[in-house]
Design a protein around this ligand. Structure first.
Ligand code: GLA
Length: 382
């Protein structure tokens, strides 16, 4: 449903004017699975977004309607519960406000969007970040964008049970048009780097594999990182996160860690270094150097961190066959499905898509989806 219709729908249901807020999904160019290790990541907000029309209900009651699922619910802000549905994500955000001592009340809200679910564009982060931003506006609770990102993350941790980092929520709230964010996950600040090239386009290819394994595997990877970190901390007081670790430190304590933990931690240390290197390439407009790092990131995620899947690997291999056409490609997000992100020569996307479509169909008997992305402004009022 487009924004004018969403606004109209709200007016006809609730007989009042809503506040309308748009919250974008995100992509990540490089820096995967390092946000929860205090690393550097390079996300950007995209034009695909979640849109909310809402206002205070005047009581403790919340009346929410997800237009895309045609599903409505009513509950009290005194009865907020964890769970797996979109309702719980929004309840988690409200709980986050209340736990921070904010005075909020019930809301009337209609929302919908065009972020493909399960494609790795962080529709859940957009849902939480947009709702948090809207609550902050209508109840005048005065939280900064960073605090809102943390409230959105709190909802994922405590209400959805995924111990995610802060990248997705941060990108949705801080995104800038035609820019990527080099986000420092320790200092919680970013540097914006222009990303607008007439020569290349960003193309997402959706495997259409839903990452059902992802939540438990995600938490497992986090645990491996924590185990490796605990061992390093016994030897190096200066190490407070894997960001502070070096390859040498890891090799020195490889036996103590065991193979599995060692390999996972080594990937993290290398991926953080790659992200900083990629930022330098971007500043020099060296897209082939940048793209090469994307491929390295992918194969690290696949072979070492083990969060890829056959379909994602297939798509990256198809891209890698012609690096002149596609200088960089990798899986994106938590993994086990969703999209690859491809840096494709402008004007030749059609050739690439056709080739991929055929190959993918021959291998998996289904067609992938393609989305060209544009980098957009973060959460804002319309
Ligand atoms: C998911 C999480 C993020 C991040 C990525 C992997 O999207 O929500 O915090 O860890 O996976 O980079």
């Amino acid at each position: 449903m487009d924004t004018p219709r969403l606004r109209e729908e709200f007016r006809s249901r609730f007989q009042k004017d809503p506040l309308v807020v748009m919250a974008p999904g995100r992509i990540n160019l490089i820096g995967e699975h390092v946000d929860y290790n205090d690393g550097f990541v390079m996300p950007a907000a995209v034009a695909n977004a979640m849109t909310f029309a809402l206002s205070a209900s005047g009581s403790d009651r919340c009346n929410l309607l997800a237009v895309d699922f045609d599903e409505g619910v009513t509950f009290s802000i005194y009865d907020l519960n964890p769970g797996g549905s979109w309702v719980n994500y929004l309840q988690g955000v409200m709980d986050g406000f209340i736990r921070r001592g904010a005075h909020i009340k019930g809301v009337d809200c209609i929302f919908g969007g065009n972020i493909p679910a399960g494609a790795g564009l962080s529709s859940s982060a957009a849902l939480c970040a947009g709702f948090a931003f809207a609550l902050n506006e209508i109840f005048d609770t005065g939280f900064s964008r960073l605090e809102l990102a943390k409230i959105a993350q709190y909802s994922e941790h405590e209400f959805a049970g995924v111990k995610c980092g802060l990248m997705d929520q941060y990108a949705s709230l801080f995104g800038e048009k035609d820019k990527v964010l080099l986000f420092d996950c320790r200092r919680l600040i970013h540097e914006s780097i222009p990303f607008q090239f007439s020569t290349h386009t960003l193309l997402l290819i959706d495997t259409k594999v839903k990452h059902s394994l992802a939540d438990s595997a995600y938490n497992d990877r986090r645990r491996s990182c924590e185990e490796g970190l605990a061992i390093l901390r016994k030897h190096y007081t200066e190490v407070t996160a894997l960001r502070d670790a070096t390859r040498t430190m890891l090799y020195e304590h490889q036996d103590e860690m065991g193979e599995e933990t060692f390999i996972k931690c080594l990937f993290v240390v290398e991926e953080i270094a790659r992200t900083l290197q990629a930022a330098e390439c971007l500043k020099k407009k060296d897209l082939s150097g940048f793209g090469e790092l994307m491929y390295l990131s992918h194969w690290g995620l696949s072979q070492a961190y083990e969060v890829s899947c056959e379909e994602l690997d297939h798509l990256v291999m198809a891209a890698e066959e012609d690096k002149e056409l596609v200088p960089g490609a990798r899986m994106m997000g938590g993994g086990f499905g969703g999209c690859t992100i491809n840096l494709v020569r402008s004007g030749r996307e059609g050739i690439f898509k056709e080739r991929v479509r055929k190959k993918y169909f021959a291998a998996f008997k289904k067609e992938p989806d393609f989305y060209t992305v544009t980098l957009s402004e973060g959460v804002h009022v319309i």
